[in-house]
Design a protein around this ligand. Structure first.
Ligand code: ACO
Length: 324
């Protein structure tokens, strides 16, 4: 008998403050038309002054635990995927652990930028399958607004703040494909592309926080290719045809990138969860936020096959297949 990680519940949190494209257009040389046409983004949420990544993460965590019907003290592992931690150290996950009132188990952060949630999910799944953890909270949380150069129109229009979380529990498995749980995870990186998407500072080694710098066209080109490749890898590893996928829940960077992956899977837009229009790119938070949205509105149902994929700085990319 082996173990499988079942998603017991999920939840999300978005800061109250909504910034529309028109608001940005009052401050920099851009327009709602340009942003919507190139990215699909119409608005984004921005954290209030003093509101930190752990504040967002905590709210998402509480929502996920409530949805799962699991008490915080049942957790033995907390992973926060973030590129915008409260402090350089300790891990934001340790602060979330304390805010949840826990003194047992272990908590740490994972940094893989926009692929962070997939990385964290894979790490938690491996801990659970090996028996080193049983009930895990996996959070993607970001305050990317703090990393933006608000005078750089090529990047500041793309991102937003938010957090999402899932609760995983290890259950006995006979390895049958119709059992609920994470079926496979697939991670990749290629550090040769480090300089194509990065923050030009901190934490630690440069002494400054830095701002996002990006070669947009190159990122776009690689994203379409890497995501297409990793989707093929998932289908091959699980002996599945594209029709087996009920929902694609992709990292929400850009509607055109998402459309490219959906086309590859021959998935109609009705089976792709899209939140980029309202959330923009919330980096590691975008997939769990999209999951929480589609579960809350009844689209994603227990037993369905869910494909998650993401690509981000590094470059990093990956995917996970989940029987919900
Ligand atoms: N408003 C108006 N004009 C703009 C803006 C803006 N916000 N930003 C750039 N422009 C201008 C440029 O200055 C340029 O003007 P020029 O021709 O006079 O020089 C023109 O628009 C075209 O710029 P491009 O960079 O060629 O535009 P492109 O079609 O490549 O779109 C974009 C840019 C949207 C960033 C696209 O490349 C993209 O989506 N790349 C992926 C980036 C991404 O998603 N990054 C997120 C992190 S990685 C991830 O999550 C996958």
């Amino acid at each position: 008998m082996t173990r499988r990680s079942v998603v017991m519940g999920c939840g999300g949190y978005l800061p109250d403050n909504i910034v529309t494209n028109d608001t940005l257009a009052q401050r920099i040389a851009t327009s709602d038309e340009w942003i919507v046409q190139r990215t699909g983004i119409k608005s984004r949420h921005v954290a209030a002054e003093g509101q930190t990544t752990s504040d967002l993460a905590l709210n998402a965590a509480k929502a996920a635990l409530a949805h799962a019907g699991i008490a915080a003290d049942e957790l033995d592992l907390i992973i926060v995927a973030t590129t915008t931690p409260d402090n350089t150290f300790p891990a934001t996950a340790a602060r979330v652990q304390a805010k949840l009132g826990l003194t047992h188990g272990f908590a740490f952060d994972v940094q893989a930028v926009c692929s962070g949630f997939i990385y964290a999910l894979a790490v938690a799944d491996n801990f659970i399958r090996l028996g080193q953890a049983t009930t895990a909270l996996v959070i993607g949380a970001e305050t990317f607004s703090r990393l933006l150069d608000w005078n750089d129109r090529t990047t500041c229009v793309l991102f937003g703040d938010g957090a999402g979380a899932v609760v995983l529990r290890g259950v006995a498995s006979e390895g049958k494909p119709d059992e609920r749980g994470i079926l496979s995870t697939h991670l990749h990186s290629d550090g040769r592309h480090y300089d194509k998407l990065y923050a030009d500072g901190g934490p630690g080694s440069t002494g400054t926080t830095g701002h996002i710098r990006m070669e947009g066209k190159e990122v776009f080109r690689h994203a379409v290719q890497c995501l297409s490749d990793v989707v093929d890898e998932v289908l091959l590893a699980n002996h599945l045809a594209p029709e087996a996928i009920d929902w694609l829940v992709p990292h929400q960077a850009n509607q055109r990138i998402i459309d490219g992956t959906a086309k590859k899977l021959h998935l109609p837009p009705e089976r792709v969860v899209m939140t980029v229009d309202r959330h923009a790119n919330t980096s590691a938070a975008s997939i769990p936020l999209a999951l929480a949205t589609a579960v809350a509105d009844g689209r994603i149902k227990q037993g369905q096959m869910i494909l998650l994929d993401a690509m981000g700085g590094g470059f990093t990319w990956g995917a996970a297949l989940v029987r919900w």
